[in-house]
Design a protein around this ligand. Sequence first.
Ligand code: 13P
Ligand code: SF4
Length: 306
Amino acid sequence: MDAKSDEIKKEINRLKKEKDAVILAHYYVANEVQDIADFIGDSYFLAQKATEVPQQTIVFCGVSFMGESAKMLNPDKKVIMPDMLANCPMAHMADADYIEKIRQEYDDLAVVCYINSTAELKKHSDVCVTSSNALKIVRALPNKNIFFIPDENLGRYIASLVPEKNFIFNDGFCHVHKDITKENVLKAMAEHPNARVLVHPECTLNVLELADYIGSTSGIIDYASGCDASEYIICTESGVLYELTMKNPDKHFYLASSDQLCPNMKKVTLEKVRDALINEANVVNVSNDVISRASLPLTRMLELAR
Ligand code: 13P
Ligand code: SF4
């Protein structure tokens, strides 16, 4: 660790205590930011953690839908984002008017909203899901018809496991996962013939078909940590490699392509975390009207996933 980063980390730790703040970080943020987090996890773990921590201020090292969800689950707390412009493009890839149109067309419908979505989209949804709890939640819903927004790939993967329900898909996607191609994975498999292939369900179906394991970021880390194999091809954002190698120093992890980087997650830097704590300026604001409606699918998720 260089001396400057070390200094900033010390300052962050001091500020955290002084301001009664807790730092939550997603596995996709930069390694040095993961280092100063009190809790690191996948989207479900972090949403859950946000409801449990005693501190009055939550610094969310991730993208805006994560900070927004934390705020909606804890309206009385202050939620701060190190970079307010760290925004997941997929979170915007659905349309409220279209959701309402689908509601008119189908009886017995549940609008299932991936947590990677804006508060505005959550307002029009019945339940939220993450990649680690979507299967459990969709199976638990009484409805025959499921409109899955915004991610088509996760929706199609869940649909393949729940054939008894009728799915309507939306055409949203994560560019980071969509850009991991079948050819990338086949090439990596040829180079590392003994490696297990671990894939996030935001990847396309033809990549999922090559997987030994499909799961969320935490699922991928848990699978590799509990498995005897010594080599793994990782098909998700490269930030997970930090925890994977820390937990498994004797195992080898390979990325399927050189582009597995989320530019928005990487906007979060140590300097920005420190400045956010000092200035307390990047406060997540969600109106009470939005919270009253958009928090319902989130709390329903926490209940059904429990
Ligand atoms: P999970 O951590 O829930 O697997 O989510 C991945 C992701 O893309 C978050 O933006
Ligand atoms: Fe959004 Fe994909 Fe980045 Fe996750 S990895 S924040 S889904 S763009």
